[in-house]
Structure formats: C-alpha cells, structure tokens
Design a protein around this ligand. Structure first.
Ligand code: GAL
Length: 426
C-alpha cells in the first residue's frame, strides 16, 4: 500500500514542477490554427513574416493563417474587419492601432478581451511606457499588446539628389515654400504625395507644425476651436504646401511605396511619411540609412514625436484563444520585438529593448529611439491614436471639401461639425 504522506508529497512536487514547465507544456499542447489579420502584405510583409516564423519555431503544430488585406494604413483591411466583427466572424487576432482605434471602436463595443492577466504574468506594466499603456486601456482593463512605435512626422529625401540640386532639407514649411520654385525649375516635384490617406498623413504633420504640440493636444481636448484662426492657418499653410506637390497630377494613383520610390529615383525631392518608409527602403530596397536616403522631423516639428503604435488584441469568442495568447506573449517579448522592428522601420515599444545594438537597429532606428526618449510625444490622427474611427472616416470628407474648394473657412466649419458628431475633439 502506498503511504498517504508519500502521495501528498508527490502531488505537491508535481504541482511545483508544473509551475516551472508551463512554457514547454504549452508549446507541446498547442495545435490547430490561428488566423492573424492585418494589412501587412507584399512590401509590408517581411516583419510580420519574421514574427510568424519565430512563433512557428516555438509552436510547430499551429497552422498560422496570415490573412493580410493589402492597402496602406489599413484603409481596406479595416473595412473588411468591420464586416467580420459585426457579422460574428472575428479573426483570432488582428492588427489595431493603440489608442482610439482600439478603445473607441472595439473595446467600448465589448468586442475585446481584457488582457490584464497577460500584462501581469509578463510584467508588462513595467516594461511598456505608461503613456502607451494608457492608450491601450479603458476603464481599468488593458486590451491589446503593442509590437512597435512608429513615427508619423518624418520627412524623407535622397541626400545625393539634394546635393545635385544644391538644396537642403527645409527646417520649416516657409523654408520649403522658398525653395519650391528652384526644385520645380529643375523639373522635379518638390513634395510627393500619394493616394488619399497619404494626403491626410501630410496634413497631420503640417497641423502639428502650425499648432505646436500644445495646440495639437488642445484640439483633441476640446480646448482649441476647430473653426478658429489657428485651424484656418493650418489649412492655409497646407494649401500652399500642396501647391508644391503632385496633388493635381497623379497623386491619387500612387501607393505610399510608389511615392517613396520617387524620392529614391530623384523625380521628387521630399516626402512626409511614417517610418515604415525606412523599413521599405532598407528591407525591400536594400538602401543604407544616411546614404541611400536621409530624413529629419517634418518641417517645424523638431522635438515632437507624432507617434502611433501597432498592436494585436484578442477578440471575444475566438476559436483559437490559447494559440493567440502565446502569439501575444511572443510579440510583447524582447525576442519578438527584436525580430519584428529591425525589418519594419519602427522601434520596440518595450522600454528595456536594446535599440543601441547596432547589429539589430540601424542608424535610422537609433535616431528614432533617441528622439522617442527625448521628444514631446503626441498621438497620430491618421493612425488611430488620437481620434476615433468616426472622426477618422469623416475627416476624409473634410479633406475632400478642402481639395475641391481650397476654402480654409468652409473647411474648418466642416471640421467643427465632425468634431461635434464624432465627439472626438473633447
Ligand atoms: C500604418 C501602420 C504601419 C504601416 C502603415 C502603412 O497605419 O501603423 O505599420 O503599415 O500604416 O501601411
């Protein structure tokens, strides 16, 4: 007969042992599928694919379905996501921007699981910046895991071409407007824009330069009149900048990558785009930062970091919840962030990541990390941090009014209306 005390000791030992092997046990037991929904396909795919490869090396029995819907800034993916979420067919996990795009859209509708347990297990409340955790949080819960920090307000150029044309990157929009005729005389587009969302993307950097970080924040806090003089000045400056662009020519037919290509070839001088452009120029085009391309904060925004963060969450009621939890655990880890970010052009969201490691992080990433640490941080409108989805969609109509009329007063009146309707501006 087995002694009772022996049995209880054995049980205790097994329980303690179980505490120390959960990772291995989980790895062995995970199987089935996991659908990852995002807009990272084609040229935007390599960073996500590296993360998926890492996941598969740990969980070889899970079949990952990489369901990416092409289209810069998620314009197409978000529409598909909405249909699926409303139709009761959520992907197992999906890309979503930290901030209002997450909380104001899916969390308020109770479509996302609270991930506080995971943040506690992984110690993430100490390893992600407080301001970022705030963007992921709603009424005491935290709802997605950030994989990166991207910067929106970056101006890109080709150093060799600038030297050839005898110009420098402009510190202010006035400087840009002053040099615009010289560039045009050389037969070059001074500033290249692409399809509609990239025009909005330019707008947020121009607005930030005119309003400053305080004014930008005041706008979202309801403390800056959307129809007032400051906002009219934003639209007036924006109009002058657009006059030095290809907006009236072929902008609408260009993806952000094609707009970036014009900088590389030297048919356009400048481009304002998020730092996924660095990822594209390094990972896809094989260029060396500082040689093949140069960068600076977009004019008039030095010292301000217009941020956004890509994250993934766990929708309520998905089929492969356990597989997703390990996916989220991986993408929030140093190992996951180091697999993803060097290819993506973004920097890790974790404060303990080793961005100083030049084997992993190139000169662009290192400069972004230094700015992220020093600058005043504000949230992007176009990439979901500052504004809810209603505002983001309606802003497209405001932009159409401006492009058709070039009337700053009429445009700000429309902006005032969408502020009220969306409740996004305070
Ligand atoms: C942003 C996203 C980036 C990048 C970009 C261009 O919204 O946060 O990671 O994918 O769109 O598509």
């Amino acid at each position: 007969m087995v002694h009772k005390r022996f049995v209880s000791t054995l049980v205790a030992v097994m329980m303690v042992a179980a505490l120390f092997v959960p990772f291995t046990a989980r790895a062995q037991s995970l199987s089935g599928e996991m659908e990852i929904f995002s807009w990272w396909s084609g040229d935007e795919g390599p960073a996500l694919e590296a993360l998926i490869a890492l996941y598969n090396s740990k969980y070889p029995d899970v079949e990952v379905i990489n369901a990416a819907v092409t289209g810069g800034s998620g314009v197409n993916a978000r529409a598909v996501l909405k249909t699926r979420m409303l139709g009761g067919d959520p992907p197992d996990t999906f890309q979503v921007h930290a901030g209002q795009e997450l909380t104001g859209t899916w969390v308020v509708a109770e479509r996302m699981e609270d991930l506080t347990f995971l943040f506690e297990e992984e110690g993430w409340f100490d390893t992600f910046p407080e301001g970022l955790i705030d963007l992921l949080s709603y009424e005491g819960g935290v709802y997605s895991v950030p994989v990166n920090i991207h910067r929106s307000n970056v101006m890109w150029y080709n150093p060799a071409k600038l030297a050839e044309w005898g110009i420098e990157a402009p510190a202010t929009w006035d400087d840009f407007l002053a040099v615009c005729p010289t560039i045009q005389e050389a037969g070059v587009t001074p500033l290249v824009v692409g399809e509609a969302w990239t025009v909005n993307h330019l707008w947020e950097s121009v607005a930030l330069s005119v309003l400053g970080a305080d004014g930008w924040n005041a706008f979202w806090a309801g403390e800056l009149d959307p129809t007032g003089d400051e906002m009219q000045a934003v639209w007036n400056t924006f109009g002058s900048v657009l006059d030095c662009s290809n907006i009236a020519e072929d902008a609408a037919s260009l993806s952000w990558q094609q707009a970036t290509d014009r900088i590389i070839e030297g048919t356009a001088a400048f481009n304002v785009m998020g730092d996924w452009a660095a990822g594209y120029m390094v990972t896809t085009k094989g260029l060396v930062p500082g040689e093949g391309f140069g960068w600076q904060a977009s004019p008039g925004t030095q010292g301000v970091f217009l941020m956004l963060s890509d994250s993934f969450g766990l929708p309520v009621g998905v089929a492969n919840r356990d597989n997703v939890i390990e996916w989220l655990r991986l993408l929030g880890s140093v190992e996951g962030q180091d697999a993803f970010n060097p290819l993506k052009g973004s920097i890790p969201a974790r404060i303990d990541a080793d961005t100083g490691n030049a084997d992993l992080y190139n000169a662009y990433s290192q400069s972004a990390a230094a700015d992220w640490a020093m600058d005043t941080v504000v949230g992007s409108l176009v990439h979901g941090a500052a504004a809810n989805e209603r505002f983001g969609n309606d802003f497209n109509s405001v932009m159409e009014i401006f492009l058709a009329s070039r009337d700053a007063a009429a445009t700000t009146t429309a902006l005032g209306v969408i502020c009220i309707q969306s409740g996004a501006c305070g």
